[in-house]
Ligand binder design. Sequence first.
Ligand SMILES: CC(C)(COP(=O)(O)OP(=O)(O)OC[C@H]1O[C@@H](n2cnc3c(N)ncnc32)[C@H](O)[C@@H]1OP(=O)(O)O)[C@@H](O)C(=O)NCCC(=O)NCCS
Length: 331
Amino acid sequence: MTRSRFLGTGMAVPDHVVTNDDLSRLMDTTDEWIRTRTGIQERRWVREGETGADLALAASQRALEMADIAPAQVDAIVYATSTPDHFAPGNGVYLQRMLGARQIPAIDIRTQCSGFVYALSVADAWIRAGMYRTILVVGAEVQCTGMDISTAGRNTAVIFADGAGAAVLGPTDDADHGILGFDLHSDGTYAEKLWVDSPGSMYHPRISHEQLDQGRHFLVMDGKEVFRHAVVRMPESVTTVLAGLGFAPADLSLLIPHQANLRISEMVQRSLGLRDDQVYNNIQRYGNTTAATIPIALDECVRAGRIQRGDLLAFTAFGSGFMWGSVALRW
Ligand SMILES: CC(C)(COP(=O)(O)OP(=O)(O)OC[C@H]1O[C@@H](n2cnc3c(N)ncnc32)[C@H](O)[C@@H]1OP(=O)(O)O)[C@@H](O)C(=O)NCCC(=O)NCCS
């Protein structure tokens, strides 16, 4: 049976480091508050002129280099982002153009923090169906241009950040290797608990001066509600995907949780009964880069030798939608 496996990984973040002390000069917050509530010490924000597609390109080039695959050999791009450079077209085509790839399909996945897990599920299905062989899967975000960088927006401005991660997937017939299964969900009851209202096609025009004045183009979050659901849904989803394959959480070599908040990751770890060495976190250095957190963490683990062939891994995510899900794989 054909499965898809990872051939290479890469990541890229902006050079511009924003520390908690930097933020405390822009809004009423403190390093102590941010570290205690979120675990974040610093994050990266793009400077004007640097785009999400630029970050995605750099991450993709690193992933392709590791896989020893040329851009012309890529058969499809699946690009997860909730913050495309433009309303339309999606960012997949900008990456296709910048990479110098052939006229291959390039789709955007808009499932926010769960973006990379959903993107993997699409790429995996295409590979297993024999539709495409070599697929570039990307998670990339620029959040800093959509946040209220003031005291009014401090509950999101200290959390979200910019970055990109990429992976190259290809087919394998090795039964002990590759992506094993997914568990994916959504519940639109909570759509407005973490959202960006405007611009939206329901408005005539899509964005007005009045909406701008009201700050309705900013990311808005009900932090307590997100926290409450995230700490239940992620462990539940990891347990479900593993149980469907005959595994238990204790069998995991490594869990990479979406880097929403270090406190959330710690509760997910406790709930699953995992040791510290079974869970990877890097939110301390990058903040929450939405669809990019998992591929950035994956690339760091791969390059640091924390993942070895044969390891049982899971990635899990929860976020805006609400949408959540997990994937299990044998490296
Ligand atoms: C955002 C989060 C850290 C806020 O923590 P919390 O304990 O829920 O805090 P609250 O929102 O209830 O706010 C508590 C107080 O801190 C204040 N506060 C919020 N952000 C602050 C900041 N950056 N610095 C200082 N004070 C802040 C609030 O204004 C509030 O003050 P008040 O009591 O005077 O009204 C927390 O809710 C959280 O992590 N939620 C999950 C967020 C997440 O993971 N999002 C990504 C999902 S993909």
